[in-house]
Design a protein around this ligand. Structure first.
Ligand SMILES: [Zn+2]
Length: 174
């Protein structure tokens, strides 16, 4: 089966994303919903990480000012880790989302998605070992939004490598 390029009229394979002759984007709809949903999940993970980063950063300030030295030492340790992990999760999640939504750099997209999921996993582990932790709290506020969400996003993006870097360099000319 073959199709005609609506821009230059040359015959091209009907599964083409871009015309090989003039670079015209003949099938922008061939971008799957899957990668877009993956990107949206990464935005969700980044947003949740940002919320946690703001909260844990604020908590650091409170611990420093209000807690007795011994208690502060323990809380400081955990809260510094939470602050660091959530910041990494926010940056990597946002980076993954941007790359996946514009379909650029498949390897970088997957690498930053894995970093986002790992930082979420770190947050989840800390939420379980922190003093007075609750399992339900850990699952709802840390495990689901910060670990399961980026894992799901990564899996959705993982099997759609062909959608990345398909645009030829001359595409701007049409
Ligand atoms: Zn063409």
């Amino acid at each position: 089966m073959a199709a005609k390029c609506p821009k230059c009229g040359k015959t091209i394979p009907d599964d083409s994303v871009y015309c090989a002759y003039c670079g015209y984007g003949v099938a922008p709809s061939s971008r799957s919903v899957q990668v877009s949903v993956g990107g949206a999940l990464m935005i969700t993970a980044a947003g949740a990480s940002l919320v946690l980063f703001i909260l844990s950063f604020y908590a650091l300030w409170n611990i420093y000012h209000w807690y007795p030295p011994y208690v502060a030492q323990i809380w400081f340790f955990y809260d510094q880790m939470l602050t660091a992990f959530s910041f990494i999760g926010f940056l990597s999640g946002l980076f993954t989302a941007a790359l996946s939504l514009i379909r650029r750099s498949y390897k970088l997209t997957i690498a930053s998605a894995v970093v986002c999921a790992l930082s979420g996993c770190g947050v989840w582990i800390i939420s379980m070992i922190i003093p007075n932790s609750s399992v339900t709290h850990s699952l709802l506020y840390y495990f689901l939004p910060l670990f399961v969400t980026p894992i799901a996003g990564t899996i959705l993006i993982l099997f759609k490598k062909a959608e990345f870097n398909t645009q030829p360099k001359n595409v701007g000319k049409h």
